[in-house]
Write a protein that binds this ligand. Sequence first.
Ligand code: AMP
Length: 984
Amino acid sequence: MDCIPPVLSLVFFSFICQGHLTGYQSNEVNLLDSKASQELGWISSPSHGWEEISGVDENYTPIRTFQVCNVMEYSQNNWLRTNWIPRNSAQKIYVELKFTLRDCNSIPLVLGTCKETFNLYYMEADEDQGDMFWEHQFTKIDTIAADESFTQMDLGDRILKLNTEVREVGPTTQKGFYLAFQDVGACVALVSVRVFFKKCPFTVRNLATFPDTVPTDSQALVEVRGSCVNNSKEEDPPRMYCSTEGEWLVPIGKCLCNTGYEVQGVSCQACRAGFYKSSPGNLRCSKCPPHSHTQQQGSDHCSCEKDYFRSAEDPASMACTRPPSAPRNVISVINETSVILDWSWPVDMGGRKDVTFTVVCKRCLPGQRQCEACRGAVRFLPRRTGLRNTTVTVADLLAHTNYTFEIEAVNGVSSLVPTHRQFAAVTITTNQAAPSSVAVIRKDRTSQNSIALSWLEPERPNGIILDYEVKFYEKQEQETSYTILRAKGTNVTLNGLKPDTTYLLQIRARTAAGYGASSPKFEFETSPDSFSISRESSQVVLIAISSAVAVILSVAVAYLLLGRFCSYSKSKHPDEKRLHFGNGHLRLPGIKTYVDPHTYEDPSQAIHEFARELDASCIAIDKVVGAGEFGEVCSGRLKQPSKKETSVAIKTLKAGYTEAQRRDFLSEASIMGQFDHPNIIRLEGVVTRSKPVMIVTEYMENGSLDSFLRKHDGQFTMIQLVGMLRGIAAGMKYLSDMGYVHRDLAARNILVNSNLVCKVSDFGLSRVLEDDPEAAYTTRGGKIPIRWTAPEAIGYRKFTSASDVWSYGIVLWEVMSYGERPYWEMSNQDVIKAVDEGYRLPPPMACPAALYQLMLDCWQKDRNNRPKFEQIVSILDKLIRNPSSLKIIANTPSSPHSPENLLLGWSTSDIATFHSMGDWLDSTRTLPCKDTFSGIGYSSCSTLPKTSAEDVKQVGVTIIGPQKNIVSSLTELETHTKNDPVPV
Ligand code: AMP
């Protein structure tokens, strides 16, 4: 018996308990902890059973433990009962036991009574029962066995194995309970007993606090409502669930820090001075924006500094601002009774972007110091207030009247400082006004062919009426053809009218200030025929009319043949009494040729023959769009009488010009005026009788083609590009048909309108080239745009339509390369030399083979071998009709942007003419061969035999059989291509 260690010396615990007896989870609330008490006072029965002994834990803190080891005796029934344990609010109670247990097999000489388990019991009681102890009243919770038992050897090795077992007690209903441990013959030491329940501990989530919460005994979660932390408020009611394991689950809803408070950790703290927070939320406080401040903590906004303001719409984050300073540099341009006011932006916008302008109009009576607000129908265009631009037009002012205009700059905070008006003023005197419209027209007499009318002078003539313009036309012709008469007085007789026909008529008065507004349309009818023409007589009349027409036509043809084309003949002189306008010119095909204005002795005669003189008052200039040799190029509007307003480009001749410059300047109009084609820039007219001298042409919104392409690099479809090229070719065909040689065809001299229509421009004589920055002086004198010009034109000034075709080839290259500079940065001398030696520009990136072929054709050395513009147009038409033909891409050298590569393999020197090589290859049905060859710039069949096998290989002709056969003769090539299984 003595050899059995009756007592498990607690010194061992310092070994085994390390790390095991330490704390428990924070969500566990102890009802009993044996380690915490030095006087447990538990009842042991019988008294020689469980024995209470003292020891120390791993921290050398004294603890009380119980042990029993009566394994050598029979019938053991040793009970140990705890004190009464109050349940508090706990519903679910846990018991944690820590114990060591001796392995029975390791105990020598045991008599078979040794056990390796003990039993755990409990008994409920509403109050402490004192020392009374009734075993039979206890309910068994479980038999506790050791996971780990120890042997004598373990003891020798000083290893004790501590077991921890946790069991649930209950369900309990009474206020407290006892636990009891029954030993039936084991060797066991009860190191600690802890009784606890679990709770969800106090916590703060989403700025809401959740109190300690004890879960229910059932499996259900307990829903707990949180309360917002100080200085925050609920955005969504905060809630969480407490699980039976004492864990918080599923946080829902949240609180947000109030305005002026920001989140710091789990609380809301006031913003510091100089900071603010204007909305609830979990953002940080922001620094006060410029020109604002706050001294207090917890501010929801910052106050503006003195003289700074915030409008009701301004967010708190915006800087405080102030009204703008006054507009500057007001200028006025008076046009009769209207005035254009223009000014500069204020120096100080007050820190805002919403500056607008308001115009106050004051009428100042002569002799009176005070001005009064403008009354009546003064019109402000676009409007009087809220102007976003620095200009306004004021119309319908009284003639010969003084006005003062105050232009006030206003922004979003101006209304907060009503006393602060910042304006600039300008005083003007209006000029003469155009007359008001003729309101009343009276029909005095009508007959079959005439009508006599009279009318009243306009209510406000605003000056001396010089004459009246009477415009009339047949109603059914709808103004496509009309007649204009001028009348000195207030009556007119219209003669030569058709019987029984309805006419529409409008009258307007003219003074030195110009035309007044037209009268409303006035409708009248001539009388019906009083006699009818018999069939025969009508035939006679018809024959007579036909003969007369024939005679007139013959005269017209003769006139045109002799007198060349005259677009606005002398009969259209504005001073003439009767003018007739029809749409379309009388043109006979094939006889119109270009007339060199220099052949006129008097150049001003040429200009008036080919260009219409415009009244400067019909032209409004909007802005400068470019610069020409002679002056600025502006965009503007042309409003001719009885025509729709059109956008125009206006070239001006700058002041201080010589007579020769004026002549050169206008020669462009004399040339342009002779052309009438959709792909040639259209001349609207010239202003030569007043200054500045102007040339007015149609307006081309997209400007010159080279810069337009550079701006839209790679953005057009192939069909769009070919469409543009087709337009240029059509314009050039027209010019060459007219016998006009352009000499400076280049993308920079093509203009593009908003519909991508390309039109040829820049006409002139020697001056065009003088004007062109690309033109360089040649050794033979004269300026030539080398890169665009055919060798014979550079060499001996042989400018022809064929040299224009060469230039067209260069334009084709410019278009396909989106405005790349031909021959890049090579010098002019190198370009001349390289071209002369037979080298040609390589195909631009992704250039269809067919277009590159066209380029090479245009660059034939012998100008007779170049295609005519007519052929170019038809080639391009075919390509447009058959877009798949554009899919075959010419081979591009690896890096075309170097002069070295430029010279790689593109030689066509010695290539004799074979313009229809493509056709020939087509005819032999060798499409792949043709495509491949288009890459080397084939032009001549006769060159092929001279081409080395290596050359052919280089361009990838490997599919057509033995290369040497290809190069040996055309006949062989034909045979091979026919026999090879080449897709066609
Ligand atoms: P030019 O003196 O004809 O070379 O014109 C100079 C520049 O003015 C051109 O490069 C264009 O940008 C512009 N320009 C000339 N004519 C027109 C036009 N009809 N429409 C629009 N811009 C034009």
